[in-house]
Design a protein around this ligand. Structure first.
Ligand SMILES: [Zn+2]
Ligand SMILES: [Zn+2]
Length: 328
């Protein structure tokens, strides 16, 4: 799904799930219950890979909670917790997913942070340099932009236009244009520069009509839901990488790697117990705002509004189990 760094070797056994989660005794009740209760009922272990899936092509070692907590990473705090979404090029095409809806739904994953959509910029605003990073893809016949140039432009904007902005945690460029990371690659969904806290993600290929989006009629309700679900999956997954997460190999999880849209569609929009606990840690002192029951209740409302039926059922079931055990 993304050109992220990968290390390592085989998939985990049960004892590795326990090791990956770590000691939960000192956690507060809310997060401890969320990562220890009803796990077998609600979470599937990592699925047997199909030919061509991410883990058959990329070696993954996994990242335990303890390993995550030891990594050098960006941590939000009271005045430094805004995740900017920077639209590049138009989003007014009738088949484009709504950035407002993506921002609103995604914000539930990051309870200590704020998401804010910046004014749209155009590829024509970029330096002339970018022209050398633009090509026509030989298969799709569509224009494509080189990720390195886009990240370079977003870095310049940060230095020049937001240099006094202490609120900025990350800046995520999003575009309906297709992107590629280097000449030998066909395309990439997204790329993150973790040290700079900057990423660029394309929604172009999430539309089943790609590359004939212009010729396709308006979305059916089913297509709209599918495109939105994929966009949320890619966007949230990539932002979570910026917090320092490696791919998950413990459960079926939003943080599993994905090689294709078909693989994205098989993965859930929720975090497994290991990744949920990492997200709690990732919030640093802002973890005081991290309340799983509240988070899941907001997700449930979002799923209702956006007609995400499978996710709605999952959050309903998960909340029932957590609320039931809380009453006992
Ligand atoms: Zn990834
Ligand atoms: Zn996970």
């Amino acid at each position: 799904m993304c050109a992220c760094s990968n290390r390592g070797s085989s998939l985990p056994k049960d004892s590795q799930h326990v090791k990956a989660l770590g000691d939960t005794d000192k956690l507060n009740d809310d997060i401890r219950r969320a990562v220890t209760i009803g796990i077998d009922e609600c979470f599937l272990t990592f699925p047997k890979p199909k030919r061509g899936d991410w883990v058959t092509l990329h070696k993954e070692e996994g990242q335990t909670v303890q390993e995550f907590e030891r990594t050098k990473r960006t941590v939000p705090h009271s005045s430094h917790k805004t995740i900017y979404i920077q639209p590049i090029g138009p989003f007014d095409h009738p088949r484009a997913p709504s950035l407002e809806a993506i921002s609103e739904f995604s914000s539930n994953y990051f309870p200590g942070c704020e998401l804010e959509i910046l004014p749209q910029i155009e590829f024509s605003d970029f330096s002339k340099h970018l022209q050398t990073g633009k090509r026509i893809n030989k298969y799709s016949k569509q224009p494509q932009y080189l990720t390195g140039f886009i990240i370079g432009h977003l870095k310049k904007m940060k230095r020049r236009e937001r240099k006094n902005d202490r609120r900025e945690l990350f800046c995520i460029g999003v575009t309906m244009a297709d992107i590629y990371p280097e000449a030998s690659w066909n395309f990439v969904y997204g790329l993150a520069s973790i040290d700079d806290g900057i990423g660029i993600y394309s929604f172009a290929r999430l539309d089943p009509a790609f590359p004939d989006i212009e010729a396709a009629g308006p979305c059916t309700d089913e297509e709209r839901t599918l495109i939105f679900r994929r966009a949320i999956g890619v966007f949230v997954h990539e932002v979570i990488h910026l917090f320092g997460f490696e791919h998950c190999i413990y459960y079926s999880c939003l943080m599993n790697g994905a090689e294709s849209e078909e693989e994205i569609d098989r993965q859930p929009l929720y975090l497994c117990p290991v990744c949920l606990r990492k997200m709690y840690s990732a919030m640093g002192k802002e973890k005081q705002h991290f309340n799983v029951i509240e988070m899941y209740t907001k997700m449930l409302d979002g799923c209702k509004r956006l007609n995400l039926k499978d996710e709605l059922q999952w959050y309903k079931n998960r909340l029932n189990i957590l609320n039931r055990t809380a009453d006992n």
